[in-house]
Design a protein around this ligand. Structure first.
Ligand SMILES: Nc1nc2c(ncn2[C@@H]2O[C@H](COP(=O)(O)OP(=O)(O)OP(=O)(O)O)[C@@H](O)[C@H]2O)c(=O)[nH]1
Ligand SMILES: [Mg+2]
Length: 308
């Protein structure tokens, strides 16, 4: 085991600093990732997403208690694509941190979109890798909303839990098209609120049209009362067992790495090309484009080929 991995497992400060390092990208991040990657691949990675106020954080807290009860070490990466502050304590996670203060088996980290040189999903993936290497048994990625960011973040998880709630108006309208496709387990939270059963019926109808051989189970929860958490944890385990037995765990990891690699190459290329354009040769090329001596397609090819 490398010295860094050893320290990640025993020193909180090293852990928080290493996550900051991978968030900042660049050579520092690359060095960390090279060193820790052989020690990764052991954590169970869960994703939780859903509309604002659905009860994601309350559910995650309940899951933390559940897994702690099993003696597991749990880390949370709370991602807010709309927020610009990264670090230890934003997003109302301060209260949560107080709840688990002093428990060395729980680690909570917030992530925001700005300040991520290499994009939010890359930073999230890398933070999960650090936590995995640090020996956390379960890593939960919690994201708000259902946009493109959340979908790409969800790909880093082995099991994605989509939280929906009754009372957001017309159920058909409130659940964004396509979002159900990312769900491995569906949660209807706020089961104590009128409309929960109607929403479950609606979701069941939607899932009849699903083409996947894994049919996402629907779990009703009342997160504030801790109801339905055992069932949720059981369904999460069932999904993981399905992934393992069907061989889809490897397929999923491979597909996620494929997409992540393309994303990273794009970012890397874009940074290098921008640097090239910032030179005298780049200015000359732009002049040629403006005077229409050169077309954009040819210019783009020339720049990329110039890097090879
Ligand atoms: N009635 C009821 N309220 C709930 C339940 N779960 C959570 N809430 C309440 O819903 C509100 C939002 O809960 P959060 O856990 O902060 O929801 P969230 O999805 O993390 O919210 P954002 O992070 O802002 O997107 C809080 O006031 C919770 O107390 C539930 O099962 N029933
Ligand atoms: Mg929250």
């Amino acid at each position: 085991m490398s010295e860094l991995v050893e320290r990640l497992r025993h020193e909180r400060l090293t852990l928080t600093r290493t996550i900051s390092m991978v968030e900042n990208g660049g050579a520092g991040a690359a060095n960390v990732l090279r060193e820790i990657t052989p020690a990764t691949g052991h954590a169970r990675v869960l994703g939780i997403t859903g509309p604002p106020g659905a009860g994601k954080s309350t559910l995650v807290n309940q899951l933390i208690h559940f897994y702690r009860g099993q003696g597991k070490q749990v880390a949370i990466v709370a991602v807010d694509p709309s927020s610009s502050i990264s670090g230890g304590a934003v997003l109302g996670d301060r209260i949560r941190m107080q709840e688990f203060y002093g428990d060395s088996g729980v680690f909570i980290r917030s992530m925001a979109s700005r300040g991520q040189v290499g994009g939010l999903s890359a930073a999230t993936n890398d933070a999960v890798r650090v936590l995995d290497a640090a020996g956390f048994d379960v890593v939960i990625i919690e994201t708000v909303g259902a946009g493109q960011d959340e979908v790409s973040i969800a790909r880093a998880a082995q099991t994605t839990i989509l939280v929906e709630v009754p009372g957001l108006g017309d159920d058909v309208q409130s659940i964004k098209a396509g979002i159900l496709e990312i769900a491995d387990v569906l949660v209807v939270n706020k089961g104590d609120v009128p409309g929960a059963d109607k929403l479950i019926t609606y979701l069941k109808t939607m899932l009849t049209y699903s083409h996947y051989d894994w049919k996402p189970p629907i779990v009703k929860t009342v997160a504030v009362e801790g109801k339905g958490i055992d069932e949720l944890a059981a369904q999460i385990d069932k999904h993981f067992a399905y992934l393992e037995q069907s061989g889809k765990l490897t397929d999923r990891t491979r597909a996620a790495l494929h997409d992540e690699l393309i994303e990273r190459v794009k970012l890397e290329l874009a940074a290098r090309i921008a640097a090239q354009l910032n030179t005298a040769a780049g200015a000359a090329m732009l002049d040629e484009l403006v005077s229409r001596e050169l077309d954009v397609a040819t210019a783009a090819r020339r720049l990329v080929e110039g890097l090879c």
